[in-house]
Design a protein around this ligand. Structure first.
Ligand code: F0G
Length: 348
């Protein structure tokens, strides 16, 4: 039977005999070689498809550990704020562990699939006016006041669990990639990758840490502008965040690896989503495609050295948010259900 990250990386995670061994078989996601985009950009491009985790995003890695540690410490209920994926994951692992779960969402800015997930897994969903940053502030207050275990990335176990993705990449490649592109919202995941690579280097399993390229949406790019934003806006709702909690850690991760923060426009993100799907057969959500937009931008500017090995983190599944691409994709061709009508279309 397949196992999850707690079993696969038990030696590197803070587990003890009182930590429940939860698993929805998270992790072990595929590293897919993009044959067409690699050829077009003259690089060796692999994507880590985190959208194939149990709830369709990378959040499951940190969530399984955060929930196990919460139960170990006697928690009865969880709380989180979310742009959608964290809440889907928290709700699923709460169900798995038999806990109650409260989620705070920015009203009107959570993709439908993610909202459906939180509801179907049985979380108590609370929609607030205001953005993610406000929701997180409220969730932190509620966690203190009501003794609820907060499972946002302010919970250190979340980021520790997320390190496992960096380890899987190195285990599979037998080394680290030269460059790594990753979308940045609350800036937790890029910090987790950096910590994961540092750990592997200290164990002698890799020689070098990749250059970390953090990609943000133009309207929500505090890491690029170096100042917090009150009203973040982007079609990539997963990263519609103006005040990243892990700001300082992420700055360090990028500085120490000679990487960079780059912003891409919503149009560039949606073009990249289509390009990834139509050239290489992978459907990832808009926030994830910011990474492809970032690589493409560097390529067009002539700033992408040829021949380098690049890994790109596709953090979430495209099926979570079908409405975003449907806004610009053509409608299906409608015909009468008869042979003549079909022939007419196929002859065109
Ligand atoms: N990609 C996806 C699909 C996400 O859902 C998120 C964050 C990120 C990237 C950015 O990761 O915050 O660690 O920098 N989603 C959070 C949520 C905020 O609530 O689901 P980060």
């Amino acid at each position: 039977m397949r196992s999850g990250i707690l079993e696969n990386y038990q030696d590197l995670l803070p587990l003890n005999e009182r930590t429940p061994g939860y698993s929805l078989c998270e992790g072990s996601t595929p590293l897919v070689h993009l044959r067409n985009l690699s050829r077009e950009m003259s690089i060796d491009l692999n994507v880590k498809f985190e959208g194939l985790n149990p709830t369709g995003s990378f959040k499951d890695r940190g969530m399984v550990l955060a929930v196990a540690k919460a139960v170990e410490n006697g928690a009865r209920a969880l709380i989180c704020a979310s742009t959608g994926n964290t809440s889907a994951s928290a709700a699923a692992y709460a169900a798995h562990a038999g806990l109650n779960c409260y989620v705070l969402l920015p009203s009107g800015f959570v993709a439908k699939g993610k909202l459906a997930q939180a509801l179907i897994y049985g979380a108590k969903v609370i929609s607030i006016t205001g953005n993610f940053d406000k929701a997180l502030e409220l969730a932190r207050d509620a966690s203190r006041e009501f003794g609820l275990a907060i499972v946002n990335s302010v919970n250190p176990y979340r980021l520790i669990g997320q390190r496992t993705a960096s380890w899987e990449i190195c285990d599979e490649l037998g080394k680290s990639p030269e460059w790594l592109f990753i979308p940045v919202g609350n800036a937790g995941n890029i910090s987790a990758y950096y910590a994961g690579f540092l750990k592997y280097r200290s164990l002698g399993r890799i020689a070098r840490i990749p250059r970390l390229m953090g990609i943000q949406a133009e309207g929500a790019s505090p890491m690029v502008s170096r100042e917090m934003i009150d009203h973040p806006e982007t079609i990539a709702t997963a990263i519609r965040i103006g005040k990243p909690v892990s700001y300082t850690k992420a700055v360090k991760a990028v500085r120490n690896t000679e990487g960079a923060f780059i912003s891409v426009s919503d149009d560039e993100i949606m073009n990249a989503q289509k390009m990834l799907a139509q050239k290489d057969g992978i459907f990832a959500e808009p926030a994830s495609c910011a990474t492809i937009a970032g690589i493409w931008k560097l390529f067009l500017q002539g700033d992408l050295p040829s021949g380098i090995s690049v890994t790109c983190i596709l953090t979430g599944n495209g099926l979570k948010d079908p409405e975003a691409p449907m806004k610009y994709l053509p409608d299906p061709v409608e015909i009468e259900g008869d042979w003549m009508s079909l022939k007419e279309v196929l002859n065109k």
